[in-house]
Design a protein around this ligand. Structure first.
Ligand code: G3P
Ligand code: MG
Length: 229
């Protein structure tokens, strides 16, 4: 699969509130063609953009996302978008999207199923789906036979080929600081595209591109676009 080289992390990286529509717009204005965001379910099963299991760090409210309804979360912070709003904006702006399933503990299969089903009906498929949770990713894959999936892991596991096969994955996303030459060589030999998160320093980006990375996820999209686009 073809990866845009620079992917803004959590919508617009540091340019705006994380996982927000403002972030998508900021990424586009910075010259990015691609974004990544995290998707979690509310208590009433609405897929929203959210990284943490609690609201504490990113909103003025406290408590578990999975214990609040969508209405409660929007009342707390109207800037928290639904997956539908985010995908709609990506499509209007022409942004490629990495939809990362971020299930709350115990909601892995439900999250994959609900998000996969929603994407199957509403998404044109310009991007890739991933999750650290294999259960979640496999549940989404079941609903989304046509979409591109990436295996998401901190370091390349020994059984990466079997895991890619189970998921029907076309690429691998890895922790940028833990990518080593051996992993890069194995992926290169197999012709598998890989991308690395989160890269905010140009020196690290240079190292990863030299190792063969197809793309980097960054919280500094403007810096990376200046240096590499
Ligand atoms: O999907 C790549 C990256 O976003 C994974 O880490 O914790 O920022 O979601 P995290
Ligand atoms: Mg993420």
């Amino acid at each position: 699969m073809h990866y845009p080289r620079i992917i803004a992390h959590r919508c617009g990286g540091d340019l705006a509130m994380e996982n927000s529509l403002a972030g998508l717009l900021a990424a586009k204005q910075a010259g990015c063609r691609a974004v990544e965001f995290d998707v979690m379910l509310t208590a009433d099963g609405v897929p929203i953009l959210m990284h943490d299991e609690t609201l504490d760090r990113t909103t003025r409210c406290r408590g578990f996302v999975a214990a609040k309804t969508f209405e409660q979360i929007r009342a707390c912070d109207p800037r928290v978008p639904t997956l539908g709003e985010a995908i709609g904006m990506c499509e209007r702006l022409g942004l490629w999207a990495n939809v990362e399933l971020k299930p709350a503990a115990g909601h892995e299969v439900e999250t994959g199923t609900v998000v996969g089903r929603w994407l199957a009906r509403n998404w044109h498929g310009n991007g890739v789906v991933s999750s650290f949770s294999e259960k979640s990713a496999l549940a989404a894959r079941h609903e989304l036979p046509q979409a591109a999936f990436a295996l998401l892991c901190d370091v390349l596991p020994d059984d990466w080929q079997q895991r890619m096969q189970r998921l029907g994955a076309v690429a691998v996303h890895l922790d940028a600081r833990r990518v080593d030459e051996a992993a890069a060589r194995q992926l290169d030999a197999a012709g598998i595209a890989w991308a690395a998160w989160t890269v905010d320093e140009t020196a690290l980006a240079e190292r990863l591109f030299a190792l063969g990375a197809a793309a980097i996820f960054t919280d500094r999209p403007e810096r990376m676009i200046d240096a590499f686009a």
